[in-house]
Design a protein around this ligand. Structure first.
Ligand SMILES: [Zn+2]
Length: 547
């Protein structure tokens, strides 16, 4: 791989987190990223979303009926819809309601008394020309493309910016509609519209349009909801998984059917590897799908979007530079991994997005471990270290919709890979990964939940370990010297109380050291012996031996 290719791939990864990268946060960032009091008093139950797509004008129009439970006393509701889209009407129980706009947030004044624990519905009408994505999926918005035959090929992608870029919703990750979402898309009748979950109905309308009704019955995160429209061909299979037969549906451009039938066989291999490591696929009821789109791909829940060109690797390249990255289709493996980490287990705040990307980047080498070997998996994750920037911490700023460094991917993966070494028992490690998926199944979580779970189940207090790798850009340095009959060693460049054990080879033997910030000694047989740190640890070394 040439350096230039390396840099361009790095750029693609980096640009994912740069969308909100800024030092000063605005009032709008706070409205978008905070659980405001106008959000906190009501709990999402269900969305019934209708979208009419006007292709010539690149505009959308429709409604969203939101079912919610009243958790506290309040008559003011925040609903998000980003400029230039606009809300054109709001009603509850047939009565129209007044609302006020503050940038991308709307405040709706409710007439009906909101009684504690009652279930209510509100209907929002909306329309407008949504932002067009300049670089999907890293820049949010609509992609209005054409396929090779000149037929319309349309998709949405909104990770980071949020779903409110194209439809009105409670646009904060903490709350998911736990009864799911119904998505009805109306577009010209020669096209097929694909969203999340299962196709429940199609209706041919009198005006040469066709409505496709899709339904998800599990909780779903807002950016996971998607709309894809094109000249699709459909094929399907059943995967015999842990929880029985999983319906797998594939929607690809008609002329890619042969390529897709071959390449998408990797979906079964992916599901097999991840059910082994993480436990059952989290959305059997909603099925599993791969849907071709005009951009690289995204982890849309039960509707994983695919644009990797039917090639292995990341657009044909191996991110690790070891050759192992060409043994699988990066988009099938990575985006499907997100069904466990992002869709089932979702971050409350995007500042903790490493929970999505760290575990999912790590899932790439677990795939290799399952299908090839632990050696291949080790080489792959170690190879991805060259993508680590250490430019800023992995965890971003809270409450302002701010993601941390793109290091959440491969520094996150290498951090988890080190935890596997510390556990030093792969069956236990696998039970911990499955345990996370049971404990936090279909929930929104923050970093603390994951840290506490891992400390408890690994049996080591990992607070300083996570502080070091998630909250600073400092990589621990093992300083050592070998003189006479002993090795002296200590950690430097560390946070307070950092005491990670480390596996080394010296005198042709394995030793586990527990360095701290003060010097410790280990007797050695031969003063000319060399020290080698197990390469699975992502640390630096400094040899201070004077000869
Ligand atoms: Zn990802």
């Amino acid at each position: 791989m040439s350096l230039k290719k390396n840099i361009s791939i790095l750029f693609l990864l980096l640009s994912l987190s740069s969308y909100t990268q800024q030092d000063v946060f605005t009032h709008q960032d706070t409205l978008r990223g905070t659980i405001t009091k106008e959000r906190a008093w009501w709990d999402l139950k269900h969305y019934d979303l209708h979208i009419q797509v006007d292709i010539p004008n690149k505009s959308l129009k429709g409604s969203n009926t939101i079912r919610y439970k009243v958790l506290g006393k309040n008559q003011l509701m925040q609903i998000d819809l980003q400029i230039p889209m606009k809300i054109t009407g709001v009603s509850q129980d047939g009565n129209s309601l007044k609302y006020r706009r503050d940038g991308n947030a709307y405040y709706i004044r409710l007439h009906k008394e909101q009684i504690l624990n009652s279930i209510n519905e509100i209907t929002i009408e909306y329309e407008g020309v949504p932002k067009i994505s300049k670089n999907p999926p890293w820049d949010d918005g609509l992609s209005w493309s054409k396929d090779k035959n000149g037929i319309d090929f349309i998709a949405t992608s909104c990770q980071g910016g949020g779903a409110s870029i194209w439809w009105p919703c409670k646009d904060h990750m903490y709350d998911e509609p736990e009864e799911g979402v119904k998505i009805s898309i109306t577009a010209p009748k020669h096209l097929t519209s694909v969203a999340n979950g299962r196709l429940k109905n199609t209706v041919e309308n009198k005006d040469q349009t066709k409505t496709f009704v899709w339904e998800v019955i599990n909780p779903i995160n807002n950016y996971g909801i998607n709309m894809n429209i094109g000249d699709y061909t459909h094929f399907s299979s059943k995967y015999k998984g842990i929880n029985g037969n999983l319906d797998c549906d594939y929607y690809v451009l008609s002329y890619n059917l042969v390529k897709a039938t071959k390449q998408f066989k990797q979906a079964d291999k992916t599901l097999e590897a991840f059910e082994y490591w993480f436990g059952p696929y989290p959305f059997y009821e909603d099925s599993y799908k791969l849907v071709e789109v005009p951009y690289l791909g995204m982890e849309h829940q039960s509707s994983v979007t695919y644009g990797n060109g039917y090639k292995n690797g990341y657009r044909g390249y191996d991110l690790s530079g070891t050759g192992w990255g060409l043994k699988f289709d990066f988009i099938i493996v990575h985006e499907s991994g997100h069904e466990w980490f992002a869709n089932s287990i979702t971050n409350v705040d995007i500042a903790d997005m490493w929970i999505h990307e760290g575990f999912t980047a790590y899932s790439e080498n677990l795939y290799l471990d399952y299908h090839i070997s632990t050696e291949a998996s080790n080489a792959y994750v170690i190879g991805t270290r060259k993508l680590i920037q250490n430019d800023k911490p992995i965890i971003g700023a809270y409450n302002v919709n701010n993601a941390g460094s793109s290091d959440m991917y491969y520094k996150g993966a290498n951090m988890l890979h080190m935890l596997r070494q510390l556990v030093n028992d792969d069956e236990k490690w696998r039970s911990i990964l499955k345990g996370i998926n049971t404990e936090f199944y279909h929930q929104t979580v923050n970093t603390k939940h994951i840290e506490n779970f891992l400390s408890k189940h690994i049996g080591i207090d990992l607070q300083s370990f996570f502080d070091q790798y998630l909250r600073t850009v400092k990589i621990p340095v093992l300083e050592y010297s070998i003189k006479d009959d002993h090795l002296e060693y200590r950690w430097t460049n560390i946070v307070k109380n950092f005491k990670m054990p480390i596996k080394i080879y010296i005198d042709k033997q394995i030793h586990w050291l527990t360095p701290s910030n003060s010097w410790q000694k280990l007797p050695v047989k031969n003063s000319n012996t060399a020290l080698k740190v197990d390469p699975n640890f992502y640390i630096n070394t400094e040899n201070l031996t004077t000869k």
